[in-house]
Design a protein around this ligand. Structure first.
Ligand code: ANZ
Length: 933
């Protein structure tokens, strides 16, 4: 029979499902291998051909590893909480769980159609209660933990309480809020319960804190930075302001150093690691305290100093003013009555700017003087204190010592406000770049004059320590992560409030289910949607109304796959000890700092508290590139009056006409040729369209753009699978180019891949399409062809170069076709090595070859034998008097004498010699034969 891909693919997909072919056990004598994809958010649009790119690559790898004798875990699930379903619910009233369910069904159908070898018995959905029960449980563990710097890990909060009760706050080295109290054991015990709890909240790894958020009153919600454009919401264009709100936060900063160090131990793309390093943003510098000059202050102030963080403590003698963030807690106290109006006006102005805008703007200079002064701790100089929005409240201490002769922003600020500039390095033109490494010497700098940079820095730090005004400090740019949103479709936070304090619900109450509500909008009083739930109340108090952010459920899901149905633990100890970590993780680079950082954080935490065994969750990671759309255009003729007509000009004829391009649905274009009837039927306005054709065809223009509905360039994998089959789709997606590279989808070459598979099928069949394979012994040439491809594919897959294998398969099949090879000894091995790429056709052929076992998924992978590739003959170029006349194949095992004899005996050579006796015969073994006559 001819290659009937439809029947074959359906048959095998059914077989795999019925037999649970890819179901895997949590124990085996085989070595384990864990291949995971970034699970999708099931959106309403379904999959386009770009989505499965990474899944196909990981599936090839998983299938390959199975054939190589590994026990392979290759699961799939859905990151199914999220905004689009909620947005749809707001518009239509349909419960997000219904939308989600429908979308998942579509995804599942589409995924099944591509022939993935997922173990579906382990499917997870982050929005399902038996999953989010454990997300809530992890939240509870975080709430019950603090980070002990001395121990270098998280520990139970009970241990901290014990320490407070026996030794007070002394000897605690924790990652905590800044404003922790100092107390003795007795003082601790004497503290009211509420104060104790408030104090503990400053240490917990998930905690409540006032954070500045983008608040959009009209939408009744907090927006992410990228949802705000120039002070307005991206959706709807409503005003957004910076507002302080109590929010749950995750103390990820506790793990900053470990998150940084861990990067050196994992096999991830270097640019991705670099993004994480920048995000973590480690800075080595010093903190310096500038005493507040209280002599000029008119009202009393409790604070004694302003603390700054600087990476250039060596420039301390060039400080001519201090700048604190407009949100700095001392602004009000430092503002003198004369300056009050200025400062208030300035604060109002900065409220409109998001932090991102503030960081991005390096040109505009703005600020206001508080009217107060501080004193330089090393020379006692009086320094004015300003506020300006270039100083960020959340970084360092929210205050900088400004050195106009050292820092560009400080320089512009000083120039603008006419503040003094003190040069501190004796090189020309360095007013804005005090860089002692440029062979400069310190000037105006007291005891460091004449020193080199390193020594100067050390000397300043030593001096500051001596006078108690500063110390060396490492600072991280990374902030604690906000862990809440005022939305419905997310995990409820397992907390209730009583007397102003948060309490965890008890573990037996998990999961805390999402309540039903009448509308998916904030309440009239501005509470989150959960505030609408009527019968939703904890016996002891009020539930937290915000839900967890999108990244909660995805920060631990790889563990759930290990033991997806466990209702006693998030995964059993045995399962975790067996699978350990993900060996290969494939997904998009857009998750570089979000998901991949949070996952590493939760993983480290779970390890600290003894639940998991590996410090890093994803050993190797590959970012697949994006598949872009290849848009097609038709060109509407514009008439003399500048109006659009209903006539369309073929692309090759544009030069003579005035036209305007219109995106046309790529599904009615084939190889850039428009299907005219389909175009007319596409939209009513084109029903009477007329065309100016070239060579009888309408040729469309094309351009590479993002794959998107709005450009009509979305290609649905279902269509490709229907037309050519899943095996062709799989191979074609790989064939498009290196996995990591972004590339446009272009169906122009897909026929070639389809033809290849048909040619492969043909090898096993005679002219009448009867299956015909012989048991004859293979020839050398056939073995060579086979072993070449065995080696090539193995090398390619091991280095994740899937595209190069596809072309090698094509070459091998061509060679074997030319050799008319239909021998089992060759073809059966070829079937196995092609199986990861084209699993359906190979299963069918495997059965036709008489393997009764059912599936080849666990067959033994052929071993490469280098002997078959040893070249035993060489085609010698034979030259006569320096001119190559012909080639002659001679066995490489022959020696000099035999070769000479063979050459001279050859009839063609004799012809060139024309009866003459050679004067000389030079043989270079394996290279050339030269005859001089
Ligand atoms: C004095 C100085 C002199 C500085 C000089 C730089 C150059 P990174 O590497 O990013 O950590 N800074 C500190 N806190 C800040 C805040 N909240 N907002 C804006 N800027 C802040 O940079 C640290 C440097 O950035 C610090 O060192 C401080 O300026 C500034 F020639 O102090 B520097």
């Amino acid at each position: 029979m001819d290659y009937q891909f439809k029947d074959i693919e359906q048959k095998w997909q059914q077989f795999w499902a019925d037999n649970q072919t890819f179901k895997v056990e949590n124990n085996s004598t085989k070595p384990k291998y864990y291949v995971m994809d970034m699970f999708p958010y099931p959106s309403g649009a379904g999959l386009h051909v770009g989505h499965p790119l990474g899944y196909i690559a990981s599936d090839i790898f998983a299938r390959y590893k199975r054939l190589r004798g590994f026990n392979v875990l290759h699961p799939m699930g859905y990151d199914s909480f999220g905004l689009p379903a909620e947005q749809y619910a707001i518009q239509t009233g349909q419960h997000p769980s219904v939308t989600t369910e429908d979308n998942i069904a579509t995804y599942r159908r589409q995924l099944d159609q591509i022939g993935f070898s997922f173990d579906w018995s382990r499917e997870v959905r982050t929005s399902s209660p038996d999953y989010y029960k454990w997300t809530q449980w992890i939240f509870m563990q975080l709430f019950n933990s603090w980070y002990n710097k001395a121990a270098g890990k998280a520990e139970s909060i009970e241990k901290l309480v014990e320490h407070f009760a026996t030794s007070g706050s002394k000897g605690i080295d924790a990652v905590s809020d800044e404003d922790t109290l100092t107390f003795t054991a007795d003082e601790w015990k004497a503290l009211p319960y509420k104060t104790q709890q408030e104090e503990l909240l400053k240490y917990r790894l998930t905690y409540l804190r006032e954070s500045t958020v983008n608040w959009c009153a009209a939408l009744g919600t907090v927006l992410a930075n990228d949802e705000v454009k120039d002070g307005f919401s991206e959706r709807g264009g409503y005003p957004v302001e910076q507002k302080k709100m109590m929010q749950w936060s995750m103390r990820i900063t506790a793990y900053a150093e470990r998150l940084l160090q861990g990067l050196d131990t994992i096999d991830w793309p270097e640019p991705l690691k670099e993004m994480q390093r920048n995000w973590i943003g480690k800075s080595t510098g010093a903190s310096v305290r500038f005493g507040i000059d209280k002599t000029t202050l008119q009202s009393p102030i409790t604070a004694d100093y302003i603390e700054v963080f600087t990476t250039r403590v060596d420039t301390i003698f060039g400080v001519t003013f201090l700048v604190i963030a407009p949100e700095h807690e001392l602004v009000e106290a430092l503002t003198t009555p004369e300056q009050k109006a200025d400062i208030e006006a300035y604060i109002t102005q900065t409220k409109k700017k998001s932090e991102l805008d503030r960081m991005a703007d390096t040109k505009t200079v703005s600020g206001a003087f508080t009217g107060s002064y501080v004193l330089n701790p090393l020379n006692g100089e009086k320094i004015p204190v300003w506020i300006a929005d270039y100083v960020l409240a959340g970084y360092g201490t929210g205050a900088v010592m400004a050195v106009p002769s050292g820092d560009q922003r400080d320089y512009l600020f000083a120039k603008h406000f006419n503040l003094p500039i003190v040069p501190i390095i004796d090189i020309q033109n360095i007013e804005t770049e005090a860089d002692p490494t440029k062979e400069g010497k310190y000037i105006n700098s007291d005891f460091i004059n004449g020193l080199a940079y390193k020594e100067a820095t050390a000397a300043v730090v030593a001096k500051l320590e001596e006078v108690g005004a500063g110390k060396a400090k490492v600072n991280f740019r990374m902030r604690d992560a906000i862990f809440g949103r005022q939305r419905y479709w997310g995990e409820p936070v397992p907390v209730y409030f009583k007397d102003g304090l948060p309490y965890l619900i008890s573990e037996t109450e998990l999961p805390l289910l999402l309540p039903e509500i009448d509308k998916y909008l904030p309440t009239e009083t501005g509470e989150p949607p959960l505030g609408r739930a009527t019968d939703w109340k904890h016996p002891e108090g009020e539930y937290e109304l915000s839900t967890m952010p999108g990244w909660a459920g995805s920060s631990w899901y790889w563990y759930r796959y290990m033991d997806a149905h466990n209702d006693q633990e998030f995964a059993s100890k045995e399962a975790i000890e067996y699978w350990k970590d993900v060996d290969l993780y494939i997904g998009g680079s857009e998750h570089a700092t979000g998901h991949l950082l949070y996952s590493r954080f939760w993983n480290k935490f779970l390890k600290d508290i003894g639940f998991v065994v590996e410090e890093e969750p994803f050993k190797k990671l590959i970012n697949q590139g994006m598949i872009q759309g290849r848009s097609n255009f038709v060109y509407r003729l514009i008439d003399a009056e500048g109006r659009g007509t209903n006539t369309f000009i073929s692309h090759g004829l544009l030069a003579d006409h005035k036209t305007s391009p219109i995106h046309v649905d790529v599904n009615i274009v084939k190889n850039d040729v428009l299907d005219l009837d389909k175009f007319k039927a596409w939209r009513p306005e084109f029903a009477d369209a007329e065309f100016v054709l070239e060579n009888g065809k309408y040729v469309c223009g094309h351009e590479v753009e993002k794959m998107s509905k709005r450009y009509y360039n979305v290609v649905n994998p279902d269509d490709i699978a229907n037309q050519y089959g899943a095996d062709t789709l799989r191979m074609y997606e790989m064939f498009l180019g290196p996995l990591e590279q972004s590339k446009p989808w272009n169906t122009n070459g897909i026929e070639g891949v389809f033809k290849f598979l048909r040619k492969f099928w043909r090898l096993f069949h005679d002219e009448q399409w009867n299956f015909r394979v012989t048991d004859e012994a293979p020839t050398k040439a056939e073995l060579k062809s086979l072993h070449k491809i065995i080696r090539k594919v193995e090398e390619d897959i091991e280095r994740f170069s899937f595209n190069t294998s596809v072309s090698s398969f094509m070459i091998a099949v061509n060679e074997l076709t030319d050799l008319k090879c239909n021998k089992r000894a060759i073809l059966q091995d070829l079937v196995i090595i092609l199986a990861p790429y084209a699993p359906h056709i190979t299963e069918e052929l495997w059965t036709l070859l008489g393997n009764a076992a059912g599936t080849l998924s666990y067959a033994a992978y052929p071993t490469f034998n280098p002997e078959y590739l040893v070249e035993d003959e060489f085609a010698y170029p034979i030259s006569v008097n320096g001119k190559t006349k012909m080639n002659l194949s001679i066995s490489l095992s022959l020696d000099q004498k035999d070769i000479e004899a063979l050459v001279l005996a050859n009839a063609d050579v004799q012809k060139y010699l024309d009866g003459k006796t050679p004067k000389k015969l030079i043989v270079v073994k394996g290279r050339i034969v030269n005859i001089v006559v």
